[in-house]
Design a protein around this ligand. Structure first.
Ligand code: AMP
Length: 143
């Protein structure tokens, strides 16, 4: 199954924030959207970083003034991305291997969606439920 199948269900919307915004702005956006990470982008299309709640908590431990710090000082600049054609299994390996829970989807350098570990788990559970149903129907002769 490809990443595209997840995007078909959840859509291509991605919450972004500019690098010049403050961590205070990022906290407001994370709270507003009820999400755990924001893609950092100057224009909503080009990915220049990602800032997650973990980055903010880590910074808070050593910097009481974190709310006024620019996002660019706290974000991770080396972003792992995927394409809609990537297999969801590859994404699971990427997420567990790098201990990341969010992977932006990029097509021709443009932000085209995001997949979270929650999306991957949901997708996998649905897939297993479907397989289970097919096997049950096969074994009981109801298919
Ligand atoms: P998360 O698991 O998304 O809360 O992020 C954990 C750490 O990995 C944070 O330092 C993030 O900035 C970083 N991170 C999250 N997603 C990515 C990604 N796709 N590529 C690179 N780093 C990431």
């Amino acid at each position: 199954m490809q990443v595209a199948s997840i995007l078909t269900v959840k859509g291509a919307d991605v919450a972004t924030i500019t690098p010049e915004s403050t961590i205070g702005d990022a906290v407001t956006a994370l709270h507003h959207h009820r999400i755990g990470a924001l893609v950092v982008s100057p224009d909503g299309r080009r990915v220049v970083g990602i800032v997650s709640e973990r980055d903010i908590v880590r910074r808070m431990a050593t910097d009481a003034g974190v709310m006024s710090v620019p996002v660019s000082h706290v974000m991770t600049a080396n972003v792992h991305t995927c394409t809609p054609e990537d297999e969801v299994e590859q994404l699971m390996v990427l997420m567990t291997g790098h201990r990341i829970r969010h992977v932006p989807v990029v097509v021709d350098g443009q932000l085209s969606g995001i997949v979270s570990i929650g999306d991957v788990v949901k997708h996998r559970v649905t897939q297993l439920e479907n397989e289970n149903q097919v096997l049950y129907e096969y074994m009981t002769g109801t298919r």
